[in-house]
Design a protein around this ligand. Sequence first.
Ligand code: R5P
Length: 294
Amino acid sequence: MKIIPGPASKDLGEKIAALSGLEKVTVAYKIFPDGENYVRIEGNLQNEHVAIVQTTSVPQDTNLMQLAFIAAAAKRNGAVRVIAIIPYLAYARQDKVFLPGENINIQTVAGMLKAAGIDEAITVNVHAERALATFSFPARNLTAIPSIAEYFVQRGFKKAFALAPDKGALYVAEQAQQVLGGGVGYLEKQRDRNTGETAQTSKNLGVKGQEVIIFDDIISTGGTIVGAAKILHEQGAKQVFAACAHPLLIGDAEKRILDAGVEEIVGTDSVPRRVSKVSLASLISNELKAEQSG
Ligand code: R5P
């Protein structure tokens, strides 16, 4: 197997190649003045299995098109099997029809990736597994949450309380709790499907005097974390941290979260950001090793 670090995940792809001992193949890329993408494989892929590492965070559509073009170029240049490693899977939150007239956009994205020649996909902490059920080719999900919780253990926060900011993220907080060994809980979050506005509520969580880490799959605008931090402070939490697999951190999200009294934000390099303190490299390279031996 050879590995192609895509333009959106160059550092992570190179780390995975180094850890897994796989030969790296580079890809030249540019964006033409009119905005169109160009890629060219710079190595021999004849009869090879190829893993492309390309996240699809902002700019999602550019990153998706680059992934599709690299996959198609790999097949055109002799690759026999293409695995897409997509640390952050764009459009995964658009995984069902919420309002009449909508499309299931993740299904359309999956169809496009299949048409480009992708045979299998691996992602990390997809928002909901049902997104992958819309794929017509094998797609599986890894979790970075134990590694993020371990980061906090190393920082001296064993026994911290793991809080999910909504019920959908409870499984994330529970995975963290397995490592942290403290309490676990969740907030109720209601979303208005037309305006997108959310409201969070909670009964007494029992976090008075405790260190609390809010665990979510994604931090986007930061609104969910800011709302959760407010409730935690009202309930007397000693310190509040925010952790996620995918630190999208759109606009001034990081500042808003810190201004809300959150001590630190921790994410992974699924989305390369200042807060990407936990690397997915070993999680993914272990998966590739298992794939090769299996
Ligand atoms: C939604 O249910 C997700 O799990 C996240 O809670 C959400 O995407 C975070 O978005 P934001 O940071 O904009 O509140």
